[in-house]
Design a protein around this ligand. Structure first.
Ligand code: ATP
Length: 611
């Protein structure tokens, strides 16, 4: 999106109209009753100032007439007093009602827009979330956009009501002396223009700040995130990060201060100019009264109504500029909601019967937004029910294969087939339901131990018995029962008081991966990385049951794990360089054999060091 300040005014005005219509349409669809109520309330409310001015005029004229006749009688005055009282009461009741409706509208819209944004974010795929440009868009949209929508609606209704009030007052003033209106209105135009420039400048500043704001958020989260705290303390990094945070925030504050000062200056100049005109006009009205063409009541109206008009024009300028500013900010939300997922659900082809044959056919891949090809012409097949292992150095591309298989990304070239059907043609929900997976960087949920397992198949598990069964299958049942409240123990230190070690978490994450017992594919990315020897042994002793009837893909650097596989796929720098069984690959004497030999030498070296 090009900078707002560089856009021609016509284009910008079109954008503002478009965004305003967008907000009004969404608000109308979400709360038609509240919008109708507010409209009626504001229309009624807007007739009040003109009516009050007219009543004041009547009241003063009645007093002057009565006193000029030398009467001491309140009768001609009382009706005006009653009208005034009724009007003031009506004003209070209407204010109460519209304020209430406004509050309810704000609450409803807040929930609606927050939910829309969150739901949309969950539909977007990983590649968007890793894209720095998208992060900037999301950062801008996060910048209190639902607040901006509410502010737009509030300003819109205030503007609506203010405009009607101004029309009423103008009619009243016009009736006294058209010159008052003809002089007052043009003095406001430069002020409106000034306010609009200010809004545009504020928006552009905020727009350009998105990346810096993300840096600021990043630094502030570093010093308050539990995962980083040990390093930050030990490496004494707190001052460094706080300093960077302070530098960014101070720059924002300095820039804002300049704008703020300019704003105050503009308001001051406008008040000054308006006051000069006001007193010049006052002299004219006084002259007209002395001439006998206006009454004393007209003077009172002039004084009251001109001041009200001035206040209303000032607040109108405020409403217009804030409304326009809000529509510019809302643009960020419209952009965010307009972003579509790159991974779309398949046309509806389902392998029948589902056997679980995986085939990578000439798959090449680069992460979105990156020019580096991380997989090159990868081709391999895993037969139904087979256990296969992916082996290779760090960065060879093993986890990328897993992400492609789960359709977190799609290949740039080639195809991945499940039982001969391209993954892109299979309905996404169905495909993901068929995959039981443990990712290398798995989530640790702030939830009970039972829920940490059940979240792996939240819709498929109906009771605690099934969760415990999975716990036994994954060999974590005993570990969980030793926790203070067994399966009900709350894990994580954000809400509870109990946490797990790295290895314990990994065992639990593994159990979660096994929660989809009917899944045709089982994928475990480094499942034993942090397990102790006993936990690893326990897991493998029951691995036949875990893998029974499904195709399994293991990723590991440990030969204890690799040994479970019938087929080993060796990768190097994004390519498959060897495939075969353990023995076949050793006999071949290639990369795998030297990798194995290296591990053996390590083992022997460790043995010698211990002696
Ligand atoms: P390891 O054994 O260390 O887990 P791996 O074989 O699983 O390594 P991958 O995680 O698949 O390796 O990474 C393959 C390459 O892709 C690496 O060079 C890495 O820099 C790059 N890469 C991984 N994730 C991303 C990402 N989200 N965006 C851009 N590049 C990435």
């Amino acid at each position: 999106m090009d900078s707002v300040l560089n856009q021609p005014l016509r284009k910008l005005a079109r954008k503002i109209r478009h965004n305003a219509r967008w907000v009004l349409r969404i608000s109308w669809e979400t709360c038609p009753g509240l919008i109708s109520g507010l409209t009626v309330g504001k229309i009624l409310n807007s007739a009040l100032p003109a009516a009050l001015a007219w009543i004041t005029r009547g009241l003063i004229n009645a007093i002057v007439d009565t006193s000029q006749q030398g009467l001491r009688d309140l009768t001609p005055i009382i009706p005006w007093l009653l009208y005034g009282l009724a009007l003031v009461l009506a004003n209070a009741v209407l204010d109460f009602i519209t304020e209430n409706l406004n509050r309810r509208l704000a609450d409803r819209m807040q929930v609606h827009m927050d939910m829309q944004t969150l739901e949309h974010a969950t539909r977007l795929d990983l590649s968007w979330l890793e894209d720095p440009e998208f992060q900037d868009i999301a950062q801008r949209a996060r910048q209190n956009t639902s607040g901006q929508i509410i502010s737009f609606l509030t300003e819109f209704f205030n503007l609506f009501s203010n405009s009607l009030k101004i029309i009423g007052i103008i009619i009243v003033l016009f009736a006294i002396d058209p010159l008052i209106v003809l002089i007052t209105l043009p003095t406001v135009m430069p002020y409106l223009w000034f306010k609009w420039r200010q809004s545009r400048a504020r928006f552009t500043k905020e727009f350009r700040r998105a990346t810096q704001r993300r840096w600021a958020n990043y630094y502030s989260s570093l010093v308050s995130n539990r995962r980083f705290i040990p390093e930050i303390k030990l490496f004494r990094l707190a001052d460094l990060f706080l300093d960077r945070y302070r530098t960014l925030i101070s720059r924002f504050i300095d820039e804002d201060r300049q704008l703020h000062t300019l704003n105050l200056l503009g308001n001051f100049v406008f008040a000054l100019v308006f006051s000069v005109f006001f007193y010049l006009l006052f002299a004219r009205v006084a002259w007209l009264v002395l001439e006998g063409s206006l009454t004393v009541g007209d003077v009172a109206i002039f004084a009251g109504a001109t001041k009200t008009l001035r206040d209303m024009l000032v607040s109108l300028a405020g409403h217009v500029s804030r409304m326009m500013e809000s529509t510019l900010f809302i643009e960020n939300l419209i952009i965010l909601l307009g972003i579509q997922p790159r991974i779309t659900t398949g046309a509806g082809k389902i392998p029948d019967p589902l056997r679980g044959r995986i085939e990578f056919r000439n798959v090449s891949f680069a992460y979105p937004g990156s020019r580096r090809t991380v997989l090159k012409n990868v081709t391999f097949t895993i037969e139904p029910g087979e256990i296969a292992a992916l082996v290779g150095k760090n960065g060879a591309g093993k986890s990328t294969i897993v992400k492609l298989l789960c359709r977190l990304y799609d290949p740039v070239e080639g195809a991945i087939l499940l039982d001969g059907v391209d993954l892109r043609e299979i309905p996404l929900d169905y495909l993901q339901q068929q995959i039981a997976v443990v990712f290398q960087q798995a989530a640790h949920y702030e939830a009970s131990a039972a829920d940490n397992i059940a979240l792996g198949n939240w819709h498929g598990l109906s009771d605690r018995r099934q969760v415990e069964e999975i716990g036994r299958l994954a060999k974590v049942d005993e570990m969980i029962r030793e926790m203070p409240e067994g399966y009900d123990t709350m894990l994580g230190r954000n809400f509870g008081e109990y946490d797990l070690s790295g290895g314990q978490w990994q065992r639990l994450v593994l159990a979660r991966g096994l929660a989809k017992q009917d899944a045709a594919l089982l994928i475990l990315d480094e499942p034993t990385r942090t397990l102790d020897a006993e936990a690893e042994f326990q897991l493998f002793s029951g691995f036949d049951t875990i893998a029974a009837g499904r195709t399994t893909l293991l990723i590991s650097h440990r030969f204890t794990t690799i040994n479970l596989a019938r087929q080993i796929i060796v990768m190097d720098r994004g390519r498959v360089i060897e495939t075969g069984s353990h023995q076949e690959l050793l006999d071949k004497g290639g990369y795998y054999a030297s990798y194995y030999e290296l591990k053996e030498r390590h083992r022997q070296l460790r043995g010698r060091m211990r002696q």
